[in-house]
Design a protein around this ligand. Sequence first.
Ligand code: DQA
Length: 125
Amino acid sequence: MAKTVYVLNGPNLNLLGTREPKTYGHATLGDVETLCREAAGRRKLAIEFRQSNHEGEIVDSIQEAGAKKAAGIVINAGAYTHTSVAIRDAIAAIAVPVIEDHISNVFARESFRHHSHIAPLANAS
Ligand code: DQA
């Protein structure tokens, strides 16, 4: 059976395509999912692609990835990146490699976006 990578998208990423296009571009979350599925297919990986506006649901997905011994998690936690100790603790609680990603360059934006609770635990950003 193919190993599974969880691709987790946080709040407001469901609005990609229309949300602040100068910052986030015109691609939709559906476009992102297609790219992820193509990349995973080339590597014979399965993808569990999710988006949630709710912190606890993201925690649930991280715990699920841990329980199912996922091959990895790729997470764009959106604004929760900068605020969520709960998401940070969920990542700390499991033994699954994590890659943090963002669409925009958070370091070129407001100072409140410069800190990530996830980055210290991530294997890559
Ligand atoms: C984001 C950056 C965050 O600061 C912001 O709150 C988002 C999107 C990005 O992908 O660039 O929602 O994670």
